[in-house]
Design a protein around this ligand. Structure first.
Ligand code: GLN
Length: 313
């Protein structure tokens, strides 16, 4: 399959934007203080087809910190480093049913694993990356995510400093994982690399290219670079289907029928395997931390473009 024709995709993207731009529900995250400064009016939608065709509307060039949308891509890099089988045993691939920063989830699972899309598993995934030092691991993240985006990504120092000043909970999670032998690098250093990772600046367009790379068997359709092996790509999508929208991942799959990943700055990526990548950006979030307009717009695109993976025709 392929996306519908260019005129139809463009019309549906514009339509989704007009329908939901006036929706004012949700709250901008402020537990990381600097995120609270984002305008609740920002809204952008971008689609990149698996052959590189692209469509965007709204605030698609506005930069924001990637936050948890980094997690599936860093998991991909961890699989590349240790193999997807070892990554599964070291990180886990099952849903927790708990919020993204849950400690209870770590305590309740006898294996002490979660999945790489909640904070505990994500910090553990970062700890597995190539590099003997924190600086080397950080370069692995930055260059790896830049290959997914097809351009050089840089970190927001303002976001990094704001989160570093307030991330005691993530540091605690890393210490607890270490106590169970489920962290694979120094806890303070792993948390620091993870915090840098979350502070990488992207646009909705970047996220759509990153998603399209996952939709295209790991080959970036814009640059033509094979970023990861198809066998890893499939498994990253499986974990996104299980846990991409935190404790609302079941609701998301029920409504939208595609793997996705949200972040607290307001981004969501969605992958239609073989067809393309979707990205939305809008800061107001629901109670679980998922962009409200992003979910509405993605559901509309999924239905109008026929992207639900569980549909027979
Ligand atoms: N950096 C954020 C945190 O660790 C990411 C969370 C998110 O986007 N859900 O709290």
């Amino acid at each position: 399959g392929d996306l519908p024709g260019a005129d139809q995709v463009r019309a549906v993207v514009d339509d989704a934007y007009q329908r939901y731009r006036t929706d004012t529900s949700g709250t901008v995250a402020d537990y990381i203080p600097v995120l609270g400064k984002a305008s609740p009016d920002l809204f952008g939608i971008y689609v990149v087809g698996a052959r590189g065709q692209s469509y965007g509307v709204g605030d698609v060039e506005t930069t924001f910190s990637i936050q948890s949308v980094s997690k599936p891509f860093v998991f991909a890099l961890a699989c590349h480093q240790v193999g997807y089988d070892a990554a599964r045993h070291k990180l886990g691939v099952n849903g927790t049913g708990f919020p993204f920063d849950s400690l209870i989830a770590v305590e309740l699972n006898p294996a002490r694993t979660m999945n790489p899309l909640v904070n505990a598993g994500a910090i553990a995934a970062t700890s597995l990356l190539a590099g003997d030092t924190a600086e080397e691991k950080w370069q692995t993240v930055r260059t790896g995510l830049s290959m997914f985006a097809g351009r050089e990504l840089t970190m927001s120092t303002e976001v990094y400093e704001s989160e570093t000043a307030t991330n005691r909970r993530n540091r605690g999670i890393a210490q607890v994982l270490e106590s169970y032998g489920r962290l694979y690098f120094d806890p303070e250093a792993a948390t620091d690399v993870y915090t840098r990772q979350c502070s990488l600046e992207v646009t909705a367009r970047d996220l759509a290219v990153m998603a399209a790379t996952l939709a295209n068997g790991g080959m970036n359709p814009v640059t033509g670079v094979q970023v990861l092996a198809p066998g890893v790509c499939r498994r990253v999508l499986a974990v996104m289907a299980i846990a991409g929208l935190y404790e609302l991942s079941g609701d998301w799959l029920y409504e939208i029928g595609m793997p996705g990943k949200s972040g607290v700055s307001g981004g969501i990526v969605t992958v239609s395997p073989g067809k393309g990548g979707l990205a939305t950006y809008s800061p107001p979030l629901d109670d679980a931390g998922n962009s409200v307009r992003g979910q509405l717009a993605t559901k509309y695109l999924a239905e109008r473009l026929g992207l639900n993976l569980f549909a027979s025709e």
